[in-house]
Design a protein around this ligand. Structure first.
Ligand code: F6P
Length: 319
């Protein structure tokens, strides 16, 4: 193998740049040429591909976002679009592709692999919802951002004797919410993996209020319910002013934390080593503190992420 491509795809995540830097520098160090593809599969389809050199990734390790750009490109599900993309890769002599992204990006990497073009997937998403890895690149940085927001909300809601609802990203995965809840000392935790019982939540808050509690934080994952409407219902039932804060895309930006920088660097280097060993069609992860790799097709079709019940139970024990 002489030439590899690299792209970032789907929602950006802090630490993607660290992963790109590691792929580029490891590959160049081992005598490979590296090509960067702009804006994910969209740029791949549009043939926006250029060679990367060592200094193209200077001053990148500490930067949030992804310098290659990213996009959501549902058209990549179409076989004809992927065939054109493979033609573009072949035109540049690229023999394998490293894809940094979330589950949509993995689907694209899987489909290319099935069409005979080897890809390696690196888990890059703040959601932590990828199989075959304990952590995804960006998760811990986003977690720190959410914790900072919760700390700030606690200051103001305790001063004003209010309830604060914090809506946290994660798509359909509650990991960010659970860990932010534990780290931020939230009183209530609502996640997509558990059926939401609004009546139970409001009764529990009312119970706390009767016992003298005059403020509190509810950490809730996006898509579970309309948090502004929930705030109005809590306020009318408990008599305590209630405000909802949707953290939104603030969670995706900012400098990557130390953990994400180091993990992304390790994963990027590991991906190149796998390709040099002739291993294509793999996805990289970290499990029990060890770098691992799984078959990308098997991982998408047959593996599932275990739900951490103990951690969820801890949110209740400590609230
Ligand atoms: O997958 C990352 C993520 O930030 C999710 O948490 C969120 O549901 C989604 O992306 C938002 O996507 P977009 O930036 O396209 O609105």
């Amino acid at each position: 193998i002489k030439k590899i491509g690299v792209l970032t795809s789907g929602g950006d995540a802090p630490g993607m740049n660290a992963a790109l830097r590691a792929v580029v520098r490891t590959a160049l160090g081992k005598g490979l040429e590296v090509y960067g593809i702009r804006d994910g599969y969209l740029g791949l389809h549009q043939n926006r591909i250029s060679k990367l050199e060592r200094f193209d990734v200077s001053n990148m390790i500490n930067r949030g976002g992804t310098f290659l750009g990213s996009a959501r490109f549902p058209e990549f599900k179409e076989k004809s679009v992927r065939e054109e993309a493979i033609e573009n890769l072949k035109e540049h002599g690229i023999e394998a592709l490293v894809v940094v992204g979330g589950d949509g990006s993995y689907m694209g990497a899987k489909a290319l692999t099935e069409m005979g073009f080897p890809c390696i997937g690196l888990p890059g998403t703040i959601d932590n919802d990828i199989t075959g890895t304990d952590y995804t690149i960006g998760f811990h940085s986003a977690l720190n951002t959410v914790l900072d927001a919760i700390d700030r909300l606690r200051d103001t809601c305790s001063s004003h004797h209010r309830i604060s609802i914090v809506e946290i990203m994660g798509r359909y995965c509650g990991d960010l919410t659970i860990q932010a809840s534990i780290g931020g000392g939230a009183e209530f935790t609502v996640i997509p993996e558990k059926e939401f019982d609004e009546e139970e939540l409001i009764s529990a808050i009312s119970n706390d209020v009767e016992q003298g509690k005059d403020h509190g934080i509810i950490a809730i994952t996006e898509h579970v319910t309309d948090v502004n409407a929930l705030a109005r219902r809590i306020e009318s039932r408990t008599g305590l002013e209630t405000r909802a804060t949707i953290l939104g895309h603030t969670q995706r930006g900012g400098a990557p934390c130390a953990f994400d920088r180091v993990m992304a660097s390790q994963m990027g280097a590991f991906a190149v080593d796998l390709l040099l060993k002739g291993e294509g069609g793999r996805c990289v992860g970290i499990q029990s503190n060890k770098l691992v790799h799984h078959d990308i097709i098997e991982s998408i079709e047959n593996m599932s992420r275990p739900f951490n019940q103990e951690l969820y139970d801890l949110t209740k024990t400590l609230s």
